[in-house]
Design a binder for this molecule. Structure first.
Ligand code: ASP
Length: 331
């Protein structure tokens, strides 16, 4: 389902009116003083977010916790062999090895992250186990794999025939050239606000297809691919991770909301930082995509991206849909 910008505004306004956003007031510190909140709600990146949200919603609608909802939600594309940018069936690196990156953050500021994880499909659950069962916040490669096995995760071959075929075709030219929006990347980033008013987020990916072995993008990096501040809001990113890391993207979006910006405005401002640094470095903006989604403490949401093609999924009591994100590059 495609939605244009006009429809997006209309839908947002309707949703806003339906739940009484107009009644919301902010004090001098931009903290909400009204109790009218759009909750529970879950939002996530790309089309696969629709199914992922549905799994998260099963938890949220029954009064479950946001942290459980985001984990359950992103596990859907992680387990789906047909989704080739996340988990099982993900595209490999240039050496033919599928390696996963993920992170998770709860309402208390607990964090867990895993990078370059091989042979375990639910990277997000490994990240959560790191958060809950170790004194650390991030584990990498072999150490992360050994930890996962010790926690009962099963070894599995993540490289499936379709991705292997693509990789072999890619080897003929052997060029690392990610294409914006053309399915050789994509990450599921998910943000949820639960019935108790708590926020959490999760982010998981197989990263850029045919990346260098050992390459880590933004997705497992707290502050870049994901950030949650339970007083303010949460944000997550997708697209060319190198550009997101450069501006500490998700943390920036949350800080902009702290200063009073609405979610879409905050996402737009962060995208403008990406644009500025691309221009400063004489890089061609058309070669990249970066998209942010954000959710604030009132359950208001928004997104913004560099160029057309990025969409995000929403599920709440009033809404269940996929929305095209507004974008900067008009060509
Ligand atoms: N951000 C991911 C990465 O750089 C890829 C994506 O979301 O498209 O690994």
């Amino acid at each position: 389902m495609k939605t244009n910008r006009k429809e997006f505004i209309k839908t947002s306004l309707l949703a806003g009116t339906a739940i009484g956003f107009n009644a919301c007031k902010f004090d001098s510190k931009t903290r909400p003083t009204s109790i009218v909140t759009n909750k529970p709600i879950v939002i996530s990146t790309w089309r696969f977010g629709l199914q992922a949200n549905a799994a998260a919603w099963e938890i949220l609608k029954n009064g479950g916790k946001a942290i459980d909802a985001v984990e359950a939600g992103v596990k859907v594309p992680e387990a789906d062999a047909n989704e080739r940018s996340v988990g099982l069936g993900g595209r490999p690196d240039r050496d033919g090895i599928v390696s996963l990156d993920a992170c998770i953050m709860d309402e208390l500021g607990n964090i867990g992250s895993v990078v370059c994880l091989e042979n375990i499909k639910h990277a997000i659950s490994v990240a959560r186990a790191i958060m809950e069962k170790t004194p650390h916040v991030m584990l990498a490669g072999q150490g992360a794999y050994q930890f996962a096995l010790s926690q009962g995760f099963q070894k599995e071959n993540l490289l499936l025939p379709e991705s292997e075929k693509e990789w072999k075709e890619w080897l003929v030219h052997n060029q690392y050239k990610p294409i914006a929006n053309i399915e050789n990347h994509d990450t599921i980033g998910m943000l949820a606000l639960d019935e108790s008013g708590n926020l959490s987020g999760a982010c998981t990916t197989s990263g850029m297809a045919f990346k260098m072995r050992g390459r880590v993008g933004d997705s497992p990096i707290i502050g870049a691919g994901l950030y949650v501040d339970n007083e303010i809001g949460a944000a997550t990113a997708t697209g060319h991770g190198e550009e997101v890391i450069r501006i500490a993207g998700s943390s920036l979006v949350v800080e902009l909301m702290r200063q009073g910006l609405k979610p879409e405005e905050a996402c737009k401002e962060a995208v403008m930082r990406v644009v500025k640094l691309m221009e400063r470095r004489n890089k061609n903006l058309k070669d990249i995509q970066v998209g942010f989604i954000a959710l604030n403490k009132l359950g208001e949401h928004g997104a913004y991206c560099v160029q057309s093609g990025f969409n995000f999924a929403i599920q709440s009591k009033e809404q269940k849909e996929l929305i095209d994100a507004p974008f900067y590059l008009k060509v």
